[in-house]
Every structure is written in structure tokens, then in C-alpha cells.
Design a protein around this ligand. Structure first.
Ligand code: GLU
Length: 497
């Protein structure tokens, strides 16, 4: 087989969808696995549906996930330009070639006429299709109408009988009767090609060997293969990926949840987790392994292990992956991802900030890197997404001013308060203020006073954090430092009635 080349060819009509990300990922993985190249091509021939910031969004998100293209907009390459609106002359020439060969024809039907035809077909419950009125116009008539500047499109001539057979790399042999295939418009009257012409011409000129795309393009494939035959070109291999489904097995839709990559990114999912999760929506490694980095996937991926059945987009599974990646990533790596979220809260990560509890400068807290990393280390096991570090970590940045009423009711009684008071004094004269010493001290104190350790741990936690649950309270005290911890205990003792 010639050198493998794949492409991701989004139409810039909106933000990158998770389905689009999967298509990009599989194309990337297949190319990398086989030592080939992966291209990005922007299919912007439908000018009415363009969303201006879309190309940038697609490129940003590919970059964020680590799916790097070898050739494409902004990067160049031997087969450029890689944006279809910059290739209009090329499509014109090829459409003309087909007209000259008698394999495509000018159609002068007005949109009103086409609409009437469609209405009639619908009334008769027939599938809408062009009635081929212009297919057999004489050469002279066509020449005359063109000379008169009558607007026209170019349509491909689909055989009236027979069927197209091909083998899909995922679905196996497919046959579609030509009767069910419309005389597709190839060139529109505005001089832009349709997707169908542009995709074939570009895949050929860009030497694409494998077209891996969503199942929704399967019905278009016979037209594409016919075009390859009409041009006398060798068609690439085709692989149509299974649909992405909602948990109720309907087609994945916005109505049931988030569908854009941005949504997940903004909600604090890590790119590693999203990529791992998306990789398994349709593909499996052939065994029970689930955790794969992008790099590992480039060694494992194969089309043989892509299934035909729709893949369910299960958000709980994505949460599980995210949790796994949070646990496994280094504190520094998580900090890099979480820094923008911290900064939104006014928590500025400042390499020059003094070690220990943050200091307030103006409206901002200046946070030492090591301090931030210790917090991440403590919260990591409990976080599902990045914002959890903010919502669960607030007490590392400000002392609690309120205390969980249930916690007060359960653990804060006059009998215990006396012990907490005494322990606070003991803490203040400890030779070392670290989690180990603190915990040892409390445990010994409990034994001496015949108390259950929980009866002391709980009020201390409440005083330090305001909550009844969280990571080890002694670790939290170690991170907060002696001064801050003692101040919090004193405040709680004074405030909680
Ligand atoms: N431009 C098409 C899309 O937006 C690409 C389909 C294909 O890969 O051929 O999905």
C-alpha cells in the first residue's frame, strides 16, 4: 500500500463537536500507527453556513487535545492550500472536465421549479430527487443558454440502472442501487463546488489513502466512488464510524447534554481524559484495558477493532476517566490546567510569593507554587473535574466564617470544647508543626483522656475547614501552617456557641 495519508475535513459551521473530535482522533491515530501523515482541511464551500470563529476553535481544540496535523491551514504542505475556498479554480476545471466527457451536465432549473418537483414527489410519498429534466439537453441548447448568461449548476450523471458496490473497512460489503442516488449538484451557480465534488478532488490531489468519517456520510459514498471512476482515479479506502448515542440510544444531541469540546473543556475536563474516553467510543483494544495516553493509542489503534454498533456517550464514564487522570497527573501538571480557574477566584499563582499561607495584596491573594501544589496533592483523590479544586479548596485560601450546622450539632459540645481548647494550647508549643506530630498528639491525648479519636478529629476539622469531610485534617493544618491553624482554632472556639 502506498504511504498512508488521512485527513480531518471539518466544515467550519460551528464549534468542534465531540463527534468531530473522534473523527479527527481516529484519523490521526490511524495515520500515526502506520507511519503516515494526518492532514487538516477546511471544507468551507457552503458559504451560507460559515461561522467565522469556527476554524480557530477547531484548531485550538485540536491543539489542546494534542492531535497535531502534519499539513493544513497555517502549517502548509505540498498539497495546499488546505482551505477549499482558496481552491475554487481547481474545482471549476475538474467540473468542466466531467461536462466535456459527458459525465456531468449543466442544469438550468430554477429553484422554484425544483421546489415544485419536490412538493409533487412528497405528495406521492417518493424520495425527493431531481427529475433530470436538463440531463439530455442538446449541446446547442446548452451552449445557447450559457451564452445568454442563464444561471446554471453542474450535476453529475448517475447511471439509471445497476448498483454501486464497495467494501467499507468497518461495515464490510455495501451495495446501493443507483436508483436511490440523485444527480448530485457538483458546481453551484455561485461558482462554488458542492462538498461532493470538492471532497473527491481534494482527497485525490492530497493523496488521501483512507477516508475515515462519520456514518452519516455513508449514503454519499457511492457518488464519491462514481466520481473517482469518472475521473479515472483510484478511490481511497472508506471507513464509516458508528454513530455516537445518548444513553437512551437516540442520536447524540445537545438536548440531552453537552456536545461541544468547549463545553467539556470549560467544565474542567482534562484533554488526556477526554481523548481517552473518546478513543473508546467505537474502538476497543481487544481486551479489558481502558487507560491509554494519546501516545499509547498511536501504537494500539486499528480499524479492525472499530465496531459497527452505535457508541453510547456516557458522562459518568468520562467523569471516571477524568478522576483517573487527575489522580495520575503530577501536581504541577494539574496546577498548570487549574491556574486559570484559580486566577478567576483572585488566587494568583505567584512564583515570588512567600512560602506558606497566601498573602493578600490588594484584592488578590498571592499564592506560592509549592503551597498550591500541596493543596492539589491533598484534594486530588476527591476531585472529578478541575473546578472541584476551587469549590473544595476554598478553605486553603480563606478561614471559614461559617461552620456546617450539622457538624456543630454532632461534634461541638461543651464537654469536647474544653479538650479542643487544651489541645490548641498543646499545638502551640509543639516543637514541630506537621501532620504526623499533630495526629500523634491528638491520638495520645485521646487515650489519656479516655476519648474516641473521632470525638476530637471532628471538631478540629470543623474549626479548621468549616466542613465535616475532606482530606486528613492534620495534613490540612500542616499546609496552612501553625499560625493560620491556631488562629482558626481560636476563632472557632470563640465563635461557635
Ligand atoms: N466536511 C464534511 C464534514 O463536515 C467532511 C465529511 C468527510 O469527511 O468527507 O463532516
Amino acid at each position: 500500500m502506498s504511504h498512508i495519508r488521512t485527513r480531518f475535513a471539518p466544515s467550519p459551521t460551528g464549534y468542534l463537536h465531540v463527534g468531530g473530535l473522534r473523527t479527527a482522533l481516529y484519523n490521526y491515530l490511524f495515520a500515526k500507527k502506520n507511519g503516515g501523515q494526518f492532514l487538516l482541511r477546511i471544507e468551507d464551500t457552503d458559504q451560507s453556513r460559515l461561522v467565522p470563529e469556527s476554524v480557530q476553535n477547531i484548531m485550538d481544540n485540536l491543539k489542546w487535545t494534542g492531535i497535531d496535523f502534519d499539513e493544513g491551514p497555517g502549517k502548509g504542505g505540498p498539497c495546499g492550500p488546505y482551505t477549499q475556498s482558496e481552491r475554487l479554480e481547481i474545482y471549476k476545471q475538474y467540473a468542466q472536465e466531467l461536462v466535456e466527457k459527458g459525465l456531468a451536465y449543466h442544469c438550468f432549473c430554477s429553484s422554484e421549479r425544483l421546489e415544485n418537483v419536490r412538493q409533487r414527489q412528497m405528495a406521492l410519498k417518493l424520495p425527493p430527487a431531481y427529475d433530470r429534466r436538463c440531463r439530455d439537453l442538446s449541446k446547442e441548447e446548452v451552449a445557447q443558454r450559457l451564452a445568454d448568461n442563464q444561471p446554471s449548476v453542474i450535476r453529475m450523471k448517475v447511471p439509471l440502472e445497476g448498483e454501486m458496490r464497495f467494501v467499507d473497512e468497518i461495515r464490510g460489503p455495501i451495495s446501493i442501487a443507483y436508483k436511490a442516488v440523485d444527480d448530485q449538484v457538483l458546481m453551484k451557480s455561485d461558482g462554488f463546488p458542492t462538498y461532493h465534488l470538492a471532497v473527491v478532488v481534494d482527497d485525490h490531489l492530497m493523496k488521501i489513502t483512507h477516508v475515515i468519517r462519520g456514518e452519516e456520510w455513508l449514503p454519499s459514498t457511492p457518488k464519491h466512488i462514481l466520481l473517482y471512476q469518472y475521473f479515472g482515479w483510484q478511490a481511497p479506502f472508506f471507513a464509516h464510524l458508528p454513530l455516537l448515542l445518548n444513553p437512551d440510544k437516540s442520536k447524540l444531541s445537545k438536548r440531552q447534554g453537552d456536545v461541544s469540546v468547549d463545553d467539556y473543556r470549560n467544565k474542567g475536563y482534562l484533554p488526556e481524559a477526554l481523548v481517552n474516553f473518546i478513543a473508546l467510543l467505537g474502538w476497543n483494544p481487544g481486551d479489558t484495558r481502558e487507560l491509554f495516553t494519546l501516545e499509547q493509542l498511536t501504537h494500539e489503534f486499528s480499524l479492525d477493532h472499530v465496531g459497527k454498533a452505535g457508541a453510547i456517550f456516557n458522562i459518568e464514564k468520562l467523569q471516571w476517566f477524568n478522576q483517573q487522570y487527575i489522580i495520575h497527573l503530577s501536581e504541577q501538571a494539574i496546577l498548570d490546567y487549574a491556574t486559570p480557574l484559580f486566577e478567576k477566584e483572585g488566587w494568583k499563582i505567584d512564583p515570588k510569593a512567600p512560602a506558606g499561607y497566601p498573602v493578600k495584596v490588594g484584592t488578590q491573594l498571592h499564592i506560592n507554587q509549592e503551597y498550591a501544589k500541596s493543596i492539589i496533592g491533598l484534594l486530588k483523590e476527591r476531585a472529578i473535574t478541575l473546578p472541584d479544586f476551587v469549590t473544595q479548596g476554598g478553605y486553603f485560601f480563606a478561614a471559614p466564617t461559617t461552620f456546617d450546622p450539622k457538624g456543630i450539632e454532632k461534634s461541638w459540645n461543651p464537654h469536647i470544647v474544653g479538650y479542643v481548647e487544651e489541645l490548641t494550647r498543646v499545638f502551640s508549643i509543639l516543637p514541630e508543626f506537621n501532620a504526623h506530630t499533630l495526629e500523634q498528639t491528638v491520638r495520645e491525648y485521646a487515650t489519656q483522656n479516655n476519648l474516641k479519636i473521632g470525638a476530637l478529629f471532628a471538631p478540629i476539622r470543623l474549626a479548621i475547614t468549616g466542613f465535616t469531610q475532606g482530606p486528613s485534617v492534620f495534613m490540612i493544618m500542616q499546609v496552612l501552617g501553625k499560625e493560620e491553624s491556631l488562629a482558626r482554632l481560636a476563632y472557632a472556639l470563640k465563635t461557635i456557641a
